[in-house]
Write a protein that binds this ligand. Structure first.
Ligand SMILES: Cc1cc2ncn([C@H]3O[C@H](COP(=O)(O)O)[C@@H](O)[C@H]3O)c2cc1C
Ligand SMILES: O=C(O)c1cccnc1
Length: 386
């Protein structure tokens, strides 16, 4: 069995008994039943993932920013030059990007994984030593970001001219994501976040989302980093042409590995593997925006139970992201019209996920605190309404 099959075989559904324990415990806590809304369901899901109630606190968190370039960039689908991918990798490693600021805010450690940056990274990037030159202290948070050199190809090929990746490249990218999830978990991460960096990757995301949901390109193709109406109309046609070229237009069904190879990015495939790897280890994943959403559709197509431990951190402004979340049946925690990627939306949602679990650990029950329960004979439906 290879790493992908072995990982999928290790993924189990959420544990029903632990979920029942979490629901029962939520009902005994000193608050009106249901009053923590969506966060109660998050706590129940993480109990099911851990197979125990309360589940471990999802900390420390580690974010892996998967970086790669895209052959479809040549089709004029984004106003940004391709070199920005490599330049932003250098910025992540120097600690200067939004992901670094948000990670610092919530005590998460950042790693950058080159799975397919077209430009050669020059070897002068920081490698995870502390700013003062000492080795990382092992706590993760606050360490300078490390670069994991796992380049599979110098970017994908243009999906409108042929498959973006060979079957072998797609498999290696998925395997890389599994390996990175394993490495971060082995380093002590209790919660994983996948970020992305890849100029033109909202085009690949739209193609993946159309292929997996069967929705038409015009419904799932957004403006990415910011494009005018004419470029947006062109981008929709590029997605349509790629789907037609690979026989992925609505209703044809989408075989996951073939679809990833045909229209995906190396970072999408790696993030799909990261979700699978985390699920096999029963470590929760907070999903970010449209790139993670597209990758999660691929992971779910490979193994539906992989979604059990995924929490949708936010909903981005990309229409394809909302479509992906609907198809995945995930409700986003935060909706701030973000359209950045890098893992930023997931990092903002992290304290909500951690708070949801902390409630199960720390909040007193009616019995233990001597608080009277509500009177009256109304049926309790968990909604908090009498
Ligand atoms: C400076 C800069 C920083 C970014 N950080 C994330 N992205 C995001 O935008 C890109 C996708 O948008 P599109 O498909 O329109 O090219 C990805 O790299 C994504 O991570 C960035 C984009 C730019 C320009
Ligand atoms: O919605 C996102 O996640 C997004 C939007 C634009 C660029 N990168 C990511």
């Amino acid at each position: 069995m290879d790493l992908i099959d072995e990982t999928i075989a290790a993924i189990r559904p959420l544990d029903g008994a632990a979920m029942r324990d979490a629901r029962d415990h939520q009902a005994r806590l000193t608050k009106p039943p249901g009053s923590l809304g969506v966060l109660e369901e998050v706590s129940v899901r993480l109990a099911g993932l851990a197979g125990q109630c309360p589940p471990p606190l999802p900390e420390p968190a580690a974010v892996a920013v998967f970086a790669a370039d895209h052959g479809v960039h040549a089709q004029g689908v984004t106003p940004w030059p391709q070199e920005v991918t490599a330049q932003m990798v250098a910025n992540f490693l120097a600690g200067g990007a939004v992901v670094n600021a948000f990670a610092a805010q919530v005590g998460a450690r950042v790693s950058v994984v080159d799975v397919g940056v077209a430009t050669e990274l020059d070897g002068t990037e920081p490698d995870g030593t502390e700013p003062d030159g000492t080795e990382p202290d092992g706590t993760g948070a606050g360490d300078a970001p490390g670069l994991l050199r796992r380049k599979i190809a110098a970017g994908t090929a243009d999906m409108t001219a042929g498959p973006a990746m060979t079957a072998g490249e797609a498999r290696r990218a998925v395997e890389t994501g599994i390996e990175v999830a394993r490495e971060l978990a082995a380093d002590g991460a209790g919660c994983l976040i996948a970020g992305d960096m890849g100029i033109a990757n909202t085009t690949a995301s739209a193609a993946l989302i159309a292929a997996f949901t069967g929705l038409p390109p015009e419904d799932v193709t957004g403006r990415g980093t910011g494009i005018d109406d004419a470029t947006h109309a062109h981008k929709v046609e590029i997605v349509r042409a790629a789907l037609a070229r690979h026989g992925l237009a609505a209703g044809h069904g989408a075989a996951p590995m073939e679809t990833l190879a045909a229209v995906g990015g190396l970072e999408h495939a790696a993030i799909a593997g990261f979700v699978l790897g985390a699920a096999a280890l029963r470590v929760p994943v907070v999903l970010d925006g449209v790139i993670a959403g597209a990758a999660a559709l691929a992971a779910a197509a490979l193994c539906p139970d992989a979604l059990g431990g995924c929490v949708a951190g936010h909903r981005s402004a990309e229409p394809g992201h909302a479509a992906a979340l609907r198809a995945l049946g995930l409700r986003p925690l935060v909706d701030l019209e973000l359209r950045l990627g890098e893992g930023t939306g997931a990092l903002l949602a992290l304290p909500l996920v951690q708070g949801a679990v902390r409630v199960l650990h720390e909040v007193a029950t009616f019995d233990s605190a001597g608080v009277s329960e509500k009177s009256g004979g109304a049926e309790e439906d968990g909604s908090g309404r009498p």
